[in-house]
Design a protein around this ligand. Sequence first.
Ligand code: SF4
Ligand code: SF4
Length: 184
Amino acid sequence: MQALTNRVKVVERKPMSFLERMYLPAIFKGMMITFSHIFKKKPTINYPEIQRPFSPVFRGLQVLNRDEEGRENCTACGLCAVACPAEAITMEAAERQPGEEHLYREEKYAAKYEINMLRCIFCGLCEEACPKDAIYLSETFTPADYQRKQFIYAKNDLLIPHPVNEPEAYKKALGNKSTKEKVN
Ligand code: SF4
Ligand code: SF4
């Protein structure tokens, strides 16, 4: 058959030697590689029973913050949504009514606040843009799910537990954030 290019290579099929036909050297070589791994340190861990400590700069699931009295910090200014390169944040603002001072710290608050976790790239720009210390990226993963709609996190999914009513859960959610300097 005529070759179309000069790159054609004829592959030489050498007949197998007696040892090669027994396959023993190849099996022995493979077993040596397997056994050598038995004594090496395992790179895997038994998650979730064992969990690796997060890096101090780890950025996980967003949390909407409250102040010490449990009032929501967010004033629905929209700066986080503008800063978000993935356009993952949407919100609707509402005015605080008389008698709601114990719920919302500012005169305006987010009646609706959503983050699309399928868009989020966990860059942390929303946290940096926020002038009210109202959002931060925690040390928690976004849980896996089978349905796309489950990855739209609403305000109730993102709000930190109440510091007065649920102090333990609040402290846990705060994580290493409690050791950082707070900007209010
Ligand atoms: S972490 Fe980045 S991508 Fe995710 S919501 Fe915040 S600004 Fe957007
Ligand atoms: S989280 Fe911060 S930046 Fe985003 S709307 Fe609320 S106050 Fe503004």
